[in-house]
Design a protein around this ligand. Sequence first.
Ligand code: ZN
Ligand code: ZN
Length: 594
Amino acid sequence: MERYEDSKLYQIRHSAAHIMAQAVMEMFPGEARIAIGPPIENGFYYDFELPRSLTPEDLEAIEKRMRQIIGANQPFVREEVSAEQARQQFADQPYKIELIEGLEKGGLDEYGNLLKEKPVISFYRDGPFVDLCRGPHVESTGKLNPGALKLLNIAGAYWRGDEKNKMLQRIYGTAWEKPDDLKAHLDRLEEARKRDHRKLGKELGLFYFSDDVGPGLPLFAPKGEMVRHLMEEYVRETQTRYGYQHVWTGHMVKEDLYRRSGHYDNYRDVMFPPMVDEDITLRLKPMNCPSHMTLYNEMGVHSYRELPLRFSEFATLYRYEKRGELSGLARVRALTQDDCHIFCLPEQIEAEFTLALKLIQEVLGTYKFTDYRMRLSLRGTEGKYVQDDEKWTQATAALKSALDANHVAYEAVEGEAAFYGPKADFLAKDVLGREWQLSTIQVDFIQPARLGCEYMGEDGQTHTPVVLHRAVTGSTERFLAVLIEHFAGAFPVWLSPVQAMVIPIADRHVAYARDVQQKLKDAGIRSEVDESSERMQAKIRHAQLQKIPYMLVIGDKEQEAGAVAVRLRTGEDLKAKPLAEFIQLARETIDKKE
Ligand SMILES: [Zn+2]
Ligand SMILES: [Zn+2]
C-alpha cells in the first residue's frame, strides 16, 4: 500500500496549507507570525499568531483568496539554503527561527519532530510566499481543484503542543482531488458530528461532566450506569466461562511498589501527585499489574498444577492526562479497565494467548466489530526496554506462533512494545471506517520476577511464572464512547438502558399500561410508561429520539385483547400482538444479544 506521505493527496494538502498561509499573511501584512502547517489525515492545518481572533467571516475571505491564488497558478519552487540564509529570510518570524535552530542542530524537522539524520534546510516558494519546507508539493498552485477545498474551523493550539507556550490560532482545512471526494468527506464529518458521543451522551441522559467535580471525571446517570453495568456483566460472564476468576484490589497503592515494578520510571508522568501518610507515600492506582502480582504472592505458595491462574478486575484507575487532551469519555482521568493478568508456565504462553484471542474475538463479535486488524508491537533499539535478549526472543516467538497457528494476520511494528515485553493490539473499525485500538494482550517476563512471583515446579524448585496482561474492551469509558458512535446511540436491545416504552393513548389506558410494565419487569425487560399528556405521535417521536428499541402503544383494542401494538425505533410497525408473544420475541432478541 502506498504511504500517505508519498501520495498525491498529501502533496495537495501540503500545498493547500502553504496557499492558506499566504492568504493569511496578506490579510495581516507585516503582523502575521506563522508557525507550522502540515498535512494531516483527511486535511491540513496551519498555526498562526495574529493581532486578533479570527472569525468565521475571515475563514470565508481566506478561502476566497486561496481560490484566487490557485487561479494564479504560481509554481512551487524548491531551494536549498544555509542556516544563515534561512535566518535572514525569516528574521521577523520567531517560530521559524526556532525551527531553523532545530534543523541546524539536527534531530528535528521543520515541524519540530524528531529525525534520524541531520536534514538539508530547504525553502519552497510559491509567488510571494516562502516557507521553510522539505516538500513535497504539487508543481504549481493551479494543480489544486478550487472546488475540492474547504476551510473547516479555527481552534486554539499551543506552540509545540506545550501548555507553557503561547496559544496560537490553528485553521483546519481539507482538500481533495475532486469536488465529489470533498462532498463525501463533508458528509462523513456530518455523520460523525451527529454520532458524537459527547452530544448523544447528553441527549440520551447517559453521562455528564461538571466543573464542580473536575475535568476528565465523568458522572454516569442511571441510564449510563445501566449500560456500563450490562457491558461489565457481559464481559464478566464471558470471562467466567473462559476460566477467569474475579478479584478486587482497591484504588491506592504504596509508591514503593511502582518503584519495584518499574512503573515509576516509565509511567510517573501519568500518575497523580503522591499522598503522604506519615512514613508511607501513596499513589492513586494508575494500573493493576503490581496489585494483582502482590495478591498472587499473598495467596501462598503456588504449585505448577494451579497454573494458569487468570485474575480479572474491573478496576477504576486514575491517570493524570493533560487537560488539553481530555475528550469526552474517549480520554478521561478516571477510567475502568477490564484488566486481567494470567499467571502461567512458559510452555503455556501459546495456549493462553490463543484462549485470550478467542475471548476477544467473541466479545468484539457481540459488539458487531467484525472488521479489525492486529498489530504486534516489538522491542525497539532505544532506552526503556528491559535488557534480556533471550526472554524477548522467547516471548516474541510465542506470540507469532500463536497468531500463525490461529491464522490471524498481523503487522509487526518495532519500538512500540511495553517496557516489559511484546504485545498484540486489536485495531477495530467502526461503521464510519474509523479505527480504534481496543483489546490488547501483552507478554511479561519482567515484572513477575521484579515483584518476586514464584511457583513450585514439577522439579521441586521455585520458578518465576510468565504473566499475560490482557484487556478486552480497553476501558469501559472509552469503549462506551466508541459504542455510542458505532451504534449512533441506538444500542442493541440487550444493551439498551430502556428496552421498551409503553405508550397509553389516553388516560383510561394508563392502568393497563402499568400492568404491562409489571409483566415486562417480571420477564426482565426494562421499560418506562409515558404517562405525559402529549399526543400519541409526540410520545412515539420522543421514544424514537431516545433510541428506545420497542414502543408498545396501547388503545382500547389492545387493552381489551390483552395485547400491545409494537413499533420499532426504525419506524417499522409490527402491529398488535398478544403481550405474551411480544415478551417472548423480545426475550429471544435479548438473550441472543442480537
Ligand atoms: Zn511545507
Ligand atoms: Zn497489567
